[in-house]
Structure formats: C-alpha cells, structure tokens
Design a protein around this ligand. Structure first.
Ligand code: ATP
Ligand code: MG
Length: 739
C-alpha cells in the first residue's frame, strides 16, 4: 500500500499526528478516539513514507500482548514492520540490562525476583530491624520499596525525606529495610521488577556510551498509555529521547488508573513543559462506542473535579439502550449475565469472543464462572492466580533459576525441601550461618558441608543436593528449554513427589506438562534466536496478567470461542462489542479502600470510565442487593456512580422488562471517614488526611499533619503542634478540625 492510502484511513487530525515526522509530539484524547490506531499508522508511515529504518523505531506499550498485537497490525500496513522494537518498559529493561548490565556490576545470569521472592527476603531481614515490630506485614514494607523505586528514590533519599513515618513505619527503619533488602538481593545476583527500570536509568546515567548505543536502536520513540507512567518510566523515556528528541506519546488523563502503584498523571500534563516545542494533537471523535454508551461515559467522568475538559463526540449511532439490572444476590447476578450471554449468542448470533465480563476484583470471577458453567458457556479468565503463580510451576522454575544462578538463595530455600532431602531446619540454619560468615551462597555451603564440617550429622545430604544442582547446571547449558524442564522435573525427584500426592498431584503434573508445552511453544516462537532457558525464565517472569503465554497455559482446553473474564484494570486499551460490568456497588466500585484514600473516588471513577468505554455496541451494568464477601453475606448498596448516570440507562427486571430505576441509595452507606476531616478541601467528601494539612486540636491548638497511617477507624495521624510538640493521634478520637 502506498503512503497516501495509509493516511486516508484516518481522520484529518489523526492523519496530521501520523504524519508528524521529527521532534516531540503529544496525542491527548479520550477513550476510543483512535490514539493507538494513530500510533500504529504513524510507525507504518515513518517506514513507508519517510523511509525510516524499522530497526530504529521503538514503541512502548502497557502489556506484552498489546505489543505483539501492534506489531501484527503494523506489519499488515507496511513491509518491514515486523522489525519494529515493540515492548513494555519492563521487557525493554530486561533486554538492555542483559546486554549491558555488566557495566553497572550486574553479573551474567542474574535472575528476576517476583513479588513472592521479594517477600521471602523481607521476611528474613525484617525481624532484626529496630522499629519494625512483629505485627508489621512484609507486604507493607514491599509496598514502600516498590513506591520508592517507582519514584527513583534510594534508601538514602528515604532517610533524607524528613517524613517521620512512611506507611506507618518509622522512616529510619524503612530506609534500613530497603538498604538490607538491596544488599541481600545483590548478593544473590538478582534484580526485582522495579529494578528493571531503575537499574536501566542508572546504567544510562553512568555509562553514556550504552545510552548512545541504545538510542541508535530507538531514534523514533512512541509510548502508548502515557498517563500511567511513573517517575522511573518517565525518566527512562526522557533519557532515551534526549539525543534525537523524536518522542511521540499518546494518552488520556481520564484513564489514569495506576496511581496506587506510583503512576503520575503529571507526566502527561507536563509534557508541553518538558518539551516546549511539542506539537499537540487533540482527537475529538470516538469511533468505538455507540452514542448511548459514550453518553454514559461522558456523564460519568464529568463528575471528576481534577481533570482537563475534553470533548468526545460519537461517530456511531445511538444503538442499543444501556441496561442496568439489580440482582437479589451475587449468584443471581451471575445467572443474569449468563442468561443474556446465552440470549445474545443464540438469538443474535453473537460469538462468545465478542463478549466480555469486567469486574473490580479477581475474587468476583468465581461466582460468575459458576453461573457460566451451569449453562455451559465457555469462558477464558485473564489474570487472577495465574498459571505462573502456581506452586508446582514456581518450584520447577526455582530449580531452573538455581541451575543458572547458583547464588539464588531464595530459590534454594524454596526447593530444598521439595521433595524432602533430609535437610532439616536446624541444618539449614547452620548452612545459612556458614554462608553468611564466609560470604558465599547457600549452595556453596551445601557443597562444603562435609569438607568444612558445617554439620555434625547428615552432612552428606546437602553435598548430594549440591551435586544434583551441578548436574542441572550442565543440563541447562546443553538442553533446549523444554527438554531441560523435563530433565529438572524428573531428576529433582519432583515427579515422584507428585505421584504420591494422589489426585491433586495428578492435576499438578498436568500443569507441569503444560509448562513444558509453554516452553516448547515459546521456543518455536523464538526460532532462529538464542532461546535459552535463561531467556525463557525472563519471559515467564515478565508475563503480565493479560499476556498470552499465561492465558494460553491457564485456559488450556478452553475452546477458541469463549467469553473473556477480567478486571477493568486488565481491560485497558481493549474493546469488545458486548461488555458486562458487574458489581456496581459501594465498597466494590468504588472499592472500600478508595473510600478513605485521598483522590480514591476519582481514581475509581476513572476505572469505571475505562470499563464502560471498552463497549462497542452493548453495555450491561449489574449490582447485587446482597453479596458474600470474606465469607459473610451483607446487604449491598448501589454504586454512587449509577446515580451520576441515572436517566441514561434502562433498568430491567430478571425477565428483561424495563422497570423504573429507584436508587438503593449509597447515601445510607457511610464509610468510616471521620467527621472532622470532611470539608478540609474542596474534594474532601472522599478524602481523609494525606499529610501536610493544618489542623486544630481542642487542647493542643493549631498544628500540621506530618504523617498518616492506617485506614478507617484505625487511621492515625502524626501532628506537630508548635505549642505541644509532636503527637500521634487516632483520628477517630482526636476531635481535629481544619485550621
Ligand atoms: P483507548 O483510549 O481505549 O486506548 P484509543 O484512543 O487507543 O482507545 P483505538 O483503540 O485506537 O482508540 O481505536 C478505537 C476503535 O476505533 C478501534 O476499533 C479503531 O480501529 C477505530 N478507529 C479509530 N479511528 C478510526 C478511523 N479514523 N476510522 C475508522 N475506525 C477508527
Ligand atoms: Mg489505546
């Protein structure tokens, strides 16, 4: 296809953006306005019209799956587009660190630690840090570290922050935990998810030659979903673009839904400040959704105070009415959805793949799945406890990790007792102690157990284990990934272990089979490239929940034509002709946590907006009057968001008859936001303290909030009163008022 043809498939503004050649550019527009489409066409146009070498184009997307889809779509537009570098920030980080990490002291064969591995390290080190009590969950500490990394903060930066508390933990203790965690991880030749970005940034800062080399591969840079970048990703992008300045980002501030993970909407809002010469393209037409669906989306998002005003006009006709149904309970809700799916499938000839069910939390999927199963509707679940999170999968991958990285103590501790090898806790403690004193890995300690008389009894066992791992290391070098995994499963004794476990073991064995298949498929996809087990492990670690490899393995046996179930977070960027959004209730959407968090409600509203705007033709919203959560059935209230869009949907009874909407109002449902915090700022209906506020106390007088910890009834503030010093107060009882 010749170049002008390409642009004729876009509207005039999209075409201008796609024709943008050099320099910075920002495409900012609402959902379904063709941002992603424009980005793909722009890359094709760069190649087809401007003659840019595809090997010099980079596009960063939110998931690996989105990257693969983009590559596919671009390659239909122009030859050579399969050479584009399309990846997530994390995958780009792995690739760069594997190639150049040695410049900043990363040793070859480093492994990537996941969330659980992080917890394992934290559990080990937390006990000995003053200021961190036994009641502190390692997850809280992990949250602090993750956020610090998203913001490119080092332990030293935490120290200097001046905050007395970080997430309820004394600042010095948090910084110390961070420091020890980093040291431990480094000793084990591992990096975590956050490091994939922060270490790449450090590499670029410290070794300009590397930055330059990578810049040669990324002369034209694109970032999709820019509104959800965090500080670290922002900095990575900035550095990459600093030489050639050909940076085009697209995004929608109304779809920023990862602030809880450190995403900073300011990155997109400040783009024109960062690049004064940036061209800005505003797209105003929505091509995805029927006019009725779009009206609902627009009405809803208008309620956010903190936003840029944008217009989004429908291209499509009114279409079907949007339907709301309030079911008696969560099961009836599932049945209602199943019923409509069947109806649309049988009577309107809809394929199941055209329909999706979206929810706020993964825990909601189980009941829906049951309803679908009863009427035999095939379903494909995205996310949740994923395939790669299953115990047996993690165990075998831990063996593989240890085989390629003998320093990986976390992996070793995971598997040394699976199957049992006669190495008890006391023995393990002694081995650990020896390793610590001698500055070696645990595996080395195992190997030396006899020679160095580390154990009084049974020293032969660890030595035997070390031999097994040595053989596995050799195998890792010599076998194909799938072949190697089979070798691991057999020689480790794991297969025998599962055989003894009866039916449950049989299921686990099937999963391991599936792992081997996944490795096989992966190798086929990587034919002609290196494709070692180490690469496979990288990819397995990087799979985000919407990614193909995971869902393929997870949904094995599911027919091609299946309904998609996923969270609204995972649905970002996707579209379906028919969308069901379930659980439109207070405490779910908005979520309970959001009720007491600063800006929480606005973020939930954006999330609902993302959900609604996935729908192309038909949209169904449902709520339950009673819902089982955490093992208890409670009365539920309609989401406050329904009231905001009232009048724009049809309420139907279980038989599909339209009835009058009468809000089961959320106003009776009051979260535990203390009365005193209301009205401290224009946005406070949903806001508790965030720190920094000036407050007044009946006895201590005026003061300033320094730190906030805990939620709801247990929310605690640290307030500095000039007249009385620094006090820690329970908000519920403190009787604070705005000063
Ligand atoms: P989101 O904010 O949800 O990521 P988006 O702005 O990236 O949405 P796209 O996914 O690129 O939007 O486009 C939405 C739908 O509209 C797609 O099916 C796309 O093919 C279609 N579309 C966009 N622009 C046009 C156009 N000019 N002509 C025809 N179809 C279009
Ligand atoms: Mg998009």
């Amino acid at each position: 296809m010749s170049a002008p043809d390409l642009l004729s498939q876009l509207n005039p503004t999209q075409a201008q953006a796609a024709d943008h050649f050099t320099g910075p550019a920002l495409v900012i527009a609402g959902a379904g306005s063709g941002k992603t489409r424009t980005l793909i066409y722009r890359m094709a146009h760069l190649i087809g019209h401007y003659g840019v070498n595809p090997g010099e184009i980079l596009a960063v997307t939110f998931t690996n799956k989105a990257a693969a889809e983009m590559r596919e779509r671009a390659s239909h537009l122009v030859p050579g587009a399969d050479k584009l570098w399309m990846s997530t920030f994390h995958s780009a980080g792995v690739r760069i660190l594997r190639a150049y990490g040695e410049h900043i002291g990363l040793r070859r064969g480093f492994v990537i630690y996941d969330d659980d591995d992080q917890l394992d390290i934290l559990k080990e080190i937390m006990g000995s840090i003053p200021g961190i009590g036994p009641e502190t969950s390692p997850r809280v500490v992990r949250g602090i570290l993750d956020r610090a990394k998203s913001n490119l903060l080092t332990p030293g930066d935490l120290d200097r922050s001046g905050e007395p508390f970080i997430s309820g933990i004394p600042r010095e203790a948090a910084a110390e935990a961070y420091r020890r965690y980093e040291a431990r991880k480094k000793g084990q030749n591992a990096i975590d998810f956050g490091d994939l970005i922060t270490e790449t940034v450090r590499l670029f800062h410290e070794v300009p030659g590397v930055l330059n080399a990578v810049q040669n591969r990324a002369k034209f840079i694109h970032v999709d979903e820019y509104q959800d970048t965090n500080k670290a990703q922002y900095e990575l992008t900035r550095l990459l673009a600093s030489r050639d300045r050909n940076l085009l980002v697209v995004g929608d501030p109304d779809q920023s839904i990862y602030r809880f993970r450190g995403a900073d909407i300011q990155n997109i809002l400040d783009f024109q400040k960062d690049y004064a010469d940036a061209k800005v393209y505003l797209l105003e037409h929505n091509y995805r959704s029927s006019a009725r669906v779009l009206t609902i989306a627009n009405k809803l998002i208008e309620n956010n105070a903190e936003r840029l005003d944008k217009t989004l006009k429908p291209v499509k006709e009114d279409g079907h009415p949007v339907v709301f149904h309030r079911a008696t309970d969560h099961r009836a809700e599932g049945d209602f959805v199943a019923e409509w799916l069947t109806r649309l499938h049988n009577l309107e000839g809809r394929k199941f793949t055209e329909m999706a069910i979206l929810y706020r939390t993964n825990a909601q999927s189980r009941v829906i799945e049951e309803s679908l199963r009863r009427v035999q509707i095939p379903a494909k679940i995205v996310g949740g406890v994923g395939f790669y999170d299953r115990r047996e999968i993690k165990d075998i991958l831990a063996y593989a990790r240890l085989a390629i990285n003998p320093s990986d103590d976390v992996a070793l501790r995971r598997i040394i007792g699976r199957p049992r090898r006669g190495i008890g806790d006391t023995a393990l403690e002694k081995l650990l102690e020896w390793a610590r004193i001698n500055g070696t890995s645990l595996l080395t300690a195992c190997a030396r157990a006899e020679e160095d008389r580390i154990l009084d009894r049974g020293a032969g066992k660890p030595v035997e284990f070390a031999r097994l791992m040595e053989a596995m290391s050799d195998a890792a070098d010599n076998y194909e990934p799938a072949q190697f995994l089979r070798y691991v499963i057999e020689t480790s004794g794991y297969l025998d272990l599962l055989r003894q476990e009866g039916p449950e073991g049989a299921v686990r064995m099937e999963n391991l089979d599936e792992l081997i298949n996944a490795a096989q498929e992966w190798a086929q996809e990587h034919e002609g490239t290196v494709g070692t087990i180490a690469d496979f492990l990288d990819d397995a670690a990087l799979l985000s929940s919407v990614d193909d490899m995971r869902t393929k393995a997870e949904n094995k046996g599911a027919p091609e034509d299946a309904v998609t179930l996923m969270t609204m977070h995972n649905a970002k960027g996707l579209e379906f002709p028919v969308v069901f959004i379930v659980g439109a209730e207070e405490g779910l959407l908005p979520s309970r946590g959001a009720l007491v968090e600063a800006g929480g409600i606005e973020e939930e509203r954006r999330l609902f907006y993302v959900g609604i705007t996935r729908a192309m033709e038909r949209l169904f919203l449902t709520a339950a009057q009673n819902r089982m959560q955490f093992g208890k059935t409670n009365a539920a209230e309609d989401s406050r968001f329904l009231e905001e869009i009232e009048g724009h949907f049809d309420t139907v009874d279980p038989y599909g008859q339209v009835v009058e909407y009468r809000a089961k109002t959320w106003k009776t449902y009051r979260p535990t936001v203390p009365a005193a915090v209301k009205n401290t700022s224009p946005m406070t209906a949903d806001m508790a303290y965030r720190g920094g506020e000036k407050v007044k106390h009946p006895k201590f007088g005026e003061g300033q909030v320094l730190a906030v910890a805990g939620l709801g009834d247990r929310q605690e503030v640290t307030v500095h009163f000039p007249s009385a010093g620094t006090k820690k107060l329970l908000v519920k009882f403190a009787n604070l008022s705005p000063a």
